[in-house]
Design a protein around this ligand. Structure first.
Ligand SMILES: N[C@@H](CCC(=O)N[C@@H](CS)C(=O)NCC(=O)O)C(=O)O
Length: 214
């Protein structure tokens, strides 16, 4: 048995944050496939009783400890590995600020948008999609501006804030219907930097369940 187990599935950018972190720190880990689409596993009483009362992936298992919320998992792994850690109290708070902004506003809108476009039946209502797209454009522009003149979100080194923000950003452009990297040049450069880190892998290669069988 590996040191860590991660409940996840390939289409989940929320889970990708944790899977990527595990790979980048060289952890001994294995994915546990969660049948989100066909089996509705996160909605089952068993999943909510035994895995995560919030009914979500990712969930990280470390022995007797089970952690959910990718921001918590990233923080836990950073503290344990001493990698991707903010360097001081100010940076720690700054990283937390971006992780919360990301969860709520950046990938917090991108994830549902991509879900409604690709996987929901019926697909998302056009008015809902237009609302989400407006929010997404606004929030990606904020991240792009933040990255102007900075290699990473906090500065010269990558931290958990970067690994949170990349959640959905490596998925194919046709899954969104717009090309994030083509439209935001600082984001594109930053995604390239993270992709060059040893241990980087694409979400479809890192987590089970791709291609999706419905
Ligand atoms: N803020 C959470 C979001 C997790 C999340 O929404 N995960 C999705 C999969 S991508 C999920 O499990 N949703 C379950 C549901 O909506 O029923 C995190 O970062 O871990």
């Amino acid at each position: 048995m590996s040191e860590y187990q991660l409940y996840c599935f390939a289409q989940s950018g929320n889970a990708y944050r944790a899977a990527l972190m595990l790979n980048l720190i060289g952890a001994d880990w294995q994915p546990i496939f969660v049948d989100f689409f066909k089996g509705g596993e996160t909605r089952t009483p068993r999943y909510r009783a035994e895995i995560n009362e919030m009914g979500e992936v990712p969930v990280l298992v470390d022995g007797a400890r089970k952690l959910s919320q990718s921001g918590v998992i990233l923080t836990y792994l950073a503290e344990r590995s001493k990698k991707f850690l903010p360097r001081n109290d100010d940076e720690r708070l700054e990283a937390l600020r971006w992780i919360i902004f990301d969860n709520q506003k950046v990938n917090g809108f991108l994830g549902p948008y991509r879900f409604l476009k690709n996987f929901a039946r019926p697909a998302g209502d056009p008015a809902v999609m237009a609302f989400l797209k407006g929010r997404i454009d606004n929030h990606l522009a904020i991240v792009d501006k933040r990255l102007a003149g900075r290699a990473y979100i906090l500065g010269a080194e990558p931290t958990v804030a970067d690994l949170s923000l990349v959640a959905y950003l490596y998925y194919p452009a046709d899954e969104f219907g717009f090309d994030i990297a083509a439209q935001h040049k600082n984001i594109a450069t930053w995604l390239g930097r993270i992709k060059a880190l040893p241990g980087w892998a694409h979400p479809y290669d890192l987590m089970p369940g791709y291609p999706l069988q419905l």
